[in-house]
Each structure stands twice: as structure tokens, then as C-alpha cells.
Design a protein around this ligand. Structure first.
Ligand code: GLN
Length: 281
């Protein structure tokens, strides 16, 4: 194999990915960093350093997979969320930067430092583990219906050294019957089943069960909102992530169900992203 240096490798990969990815250069960088096991500054400090034959081969294979649409996170097996590394795989959603808004909103609620928290549909465990990382006194329980997601969340809990987080297999509230919490959070599936975006980009490689819901995407949001009332302590909060066009209907639903101080928070792209309600009890 001809020798390839870092600058040439980046250039080759960027052009290979230009047609299939909107983030070709960033993808090329992320794949090369993973392949070399180095920091980003290394790439630009040593542009003329050659890849070893093994690195060259591995990098070529990773770029080819990316050119077929496979998400970068699946290729490298990891995605950063809340500045923490999360192991990811095909069993569940890849954590999104916009979901950090939900974490931030939860941390800003007027809650004490020893509360019980429930994260429904935890997936990788991103929300639950980010909260537990920030609030060591919070008793966080994370649940998911999918066994492989539960295993993944447990692996992330071990990797992040947050053994106090309880992780259970549960169909929404089924495994926490009779238990109450001061805060219930969720990033449930909320995309409409026939949404055209499901045919584009990374979501093609994520399980539909983590993405779509019936009733224009409202089925799980409404189910959680209704049943959370049985699991919230008086003075607690429900906080839900949702689609950019779902805020008005969800606020109406929460008010109808008896939640107060219902409000929506926007994400980094100024889209409505999370809605919360106070449970008076
Ligand atoms: N926000 C994600 C997307 O649009 C979906 C997350 C979800 O369904 N909970 O791809």
C-alpha cells in the first residue's frame, strides 16, 4: 500500500464523504482521530506524519462505512454528551446535543439535592447519567423497555463510575409501580411514523422504536404525561423532550391533566424542544 500522511488522509476522506455527508470534513477528522487514538491538535501539529499500514487499512474501512451512511457514532462506538463519553450501538438512539437542554433545564429546577429522579426510555443512559454526574445526591432511576438498551446504559454507568444510578428494564412505569419521584424526565419517541426525515441521515440506522410514536408522534408523550401523575410527589416536575412543532399541543395536554406552570424551553437552534409542568399534587 502506498504511504499516506495525516493531511492526505483527511483530504482523501473529506472528498470521499462529500457526496454522502453534510459534515464530510468533521466526519473525516473524527474517524482519523479514533483510528490514531490522538487529540485533534495532533492532526494539525503533525500533518506530514504517515499512517501505519494497519491505520491506513482501518481508516479506509471506516471511511467506506461512513460513505454508506453509517453514523460516525456507530463506527467509533462512542458519542460525547454533556462532555461525558457514552458508548453507543444500534440498540438505541445516539445522544443528541439538543437533549443537553433537557439536562440543563432539570438542573435549574428548584429542587433539593437529595431527590428521587426517574428517566423513562433512557437508551444509552445519557440523561440519567449526566444528571447523576452533576448531582451526586440525587437518587436516579433509569428505565428502558429494550433489554439491549438496558445493558448499554449499565455499561455506560460502569464506565462513568456512577454506581448509585439504578437501571431497570421497564415498559414506561411498569417496573416502578408504587414508587414516587420529585422529578420525571424523558426523551421518548416522538417523530411521526411517516416523517420523511426518517429516510435521511443517521436516523436510518437507529431503531424505529426509539424514534417514532403513533398519533402524530404524541402517543408516548401523552401516555407518560398522564401516568406520571401517579408517580410524582406533590411539588415535583415532569420534563419532556419533544418535536419542534409539538409544544402547543403538549402544553395544552399538560394543563388539561392538572399540571401547573407549564412552559417550553428552546434548543440551540431556537426550536421548541422541552416542555415542563409542575405537579401540585
Ligand atoms: N430529536 C431526534 C431527531 O429528530 C429524535 C429523538 C426522539 O425521537 N426522541 O432525530
Amino acid at each position: 500500500m502506498t504511504k499516506l500522511n495525516i493531511a492526505e488522509a483527511l483530504q482523501w476522506a473529506s472528498s470521499m464523504l462529500a457526496a454522502s455527508s453534510e459534515s464530510a470534513h468533521a466526519d473525516a477528522e473524527a474517524l482519523l482521530l479514533h483510528c490514531l487514538g490522538k487529540s485533534r491538535s495532533f492532526l494539525y501539529t503533525w500533518p506530514e506524519r504517515n499512517l501505519s499500514a494497519e491505520q491506513h487499512k482501518q481508516f479506509t474501512q471506516m471511511v467506506l462505512r461512513r460513505s454508506q451512511g453509517v453514523p460516525v457514532a456507530h463506527i467509533v462506538g462512542e458519542r460525547e454528551f454533556w462532555s461525558l463519553p457514552f458508548i453507543v450501538n444500534e440498540s438505541t438512539l445516539i445522544p443528541r446535543p439538543d437533549t443537553e437542554i433537557l439536562v440543563e433545564t432539570a438542573l435549574n429546577l428548584p429542587l433539593s439535592d437529595d431527590i428521587a429522579v426517574l428517566d423513562l426510555g433512557t437508551g444509552t443512559g445519557a440523561i440519567a447519567l449526566a444528571l447523576a454526574h452533576e448531582r451526586q445526591g440525587w437518587k436516579v432511576t433509569a428505565v428502558d423497555k429494550v433489554e439491549a438498551a438496558v445493558e448499554l446504559a449499565c455499561a455506560n454507568r460502569d464506565n462513568l463510575k456512577l454506581p448509585q444510578v439504578e437501571i431497570l428494564q421497564s415498559d414506561w412505569f411498569s417496573a416502578v409501580q408504587g414508587r414516587k419521584f420529585q422529578l420525571i424526565v424523558s426523551n421518548p419517541p416522538y417523530i411521526e411514523e411517516d416523517d420523511e426525515h426518517l429516510e435521511m441521515g443517521d436516523v436510518r440506522f437507529e431503531p424505529r422504536s426509539a424514534l417514532t410514536a403513533a398519533d402524530q408522534g404524541f402517543a408516548d408523550l401523552f401516555h407518560i404525561a398522564a401516568h406520571a401523575r401517579e408517580h410524582l410527589l406533590p411539588g415535583g416536575y415532569l420534563l419532556l423532550e419533544h418535536g419542534y412543532a409539538q409544544a402547543v399541543n403538549l402544553r395544552e395536554k399538560l394543563a388539561e391533566l392538572g399540571y401547573q406552570q407549564v412552559a417550553t424551553v428552546r434548543d440551540f437552534g431556537s426550536n421548541d424542544r422541552c416542555t415542563l409542568g409542575f405537579w401540585p399534587g
